[in-house]
Design a protein around this ligand. Sequence first.
Ligand code: COA
Length: 352
Amino acid sequence: MNLTCPSLQIEDTQKVFRYNGNFQLESGEQLSGFQLAYTVYGKFDLEQNNIVWINHALTGDAHVHEWWSGVVGEDKFFDPGKYQIICTNLLGSCYGSTNPLSEDPNTGKPFYYDFPHITTRDMANALELLRQELKIEKINTLVGGSLGGQVALEWAHTLGSKLDHSIIIAANAKATPWIIGFNEAQRMAIQADCTWGEDFPDAGKSGLKAARAIGMLTYRHPDTFQQTQSDSEEKLDNFKVSSYLQYQGNKLSDRFNALSYWVLTKAMDSHDLGRGRGGTEKAIKEIHAKVLAIGIGSDQLFRKEESQYISQYAQQGVYAEITSAYGHDAFLIEYDQLQYILKSFYLINNEQ
Ligand code: COA
């Protein structure tokens, strides 16, 4: 498929990596094989050490030039004319990778509720198997925001000297009770759907709609809603923001799956870079790559202090901040600031 981007023809061919071995999970369970959907943009250049690997956030997919168009594309910071850009649909997500709707090879039926608990470390280990399959010896830059940042941090730890730069945006080294609490509230909304527990792909769809509405409140900031969702006329009901949350809830539940959402939020909850490694401080210090941790001043979900913590303990850590009224979602919106921060990071490393 060829998708036309502004003044650039990006060949958008989603590929599939199949791993046929037994994949050991942190929970002690195993997956009897798995698959990952991924895309590759741009040409590999050994001389330039030009591979950039980008992880998507909670409900994203492998088509990074679509959901991060202000950063990936011709004349953008990650230009496929300069870098080879790889983006993989994370394990557990319903956009082409193995997820609860996939067939369980042991039963011949979809996993549904029997899909095992997966962690951000499992997701990183799955990416590592793809890296080995692609025979990539060096990754110049690994980038991720939110859940994608948590997975990137995990993978940065295991990649060691195979990775030069790690860019962790609006993420953390360990899930906080605050984040787990919001995820639990969202899963309670899914559980309250009377179809939840039944074996069909759309089970929990209405619950997912409510979960997304809760999620949107955590991705934004009161100032954003004040600016964009205030009602100009006096009224008693049918407020603008209500219609906004209904709209966003429908939009997500039409494109995403409740079982997959459940699995991915559970992975976020159990995220802990320091698990089995003597704590987060020690684990961050063990990361070999240069680390740029980007926080968002108004982020109410992943607080900027959590990004500062990562930069503080990284051997070669830098912190930068996005100033925005948009809260957590700013990394998907504030492209000018992001590009400025990225340029500055490579400039101080004399690499642009
Ligand atoms: N009633 C109904 N619909 C409304 C509305 C209202 N009061 N106000 C805005 N909308 C609709 C707009 O028509 C528009 O629709 P469209 O997407 O079909 O074009 C949409 O809402 C715009 O949403 P908004 O949030 O205002 O856009 P934005 O530019 O500020 O943000 C995104 C863009 C992609 C970041 C945002 O829409 C989004 O999806 N956020 C969630 C991303 C996410 O998953 N973040 C978590 C990462 S872990």
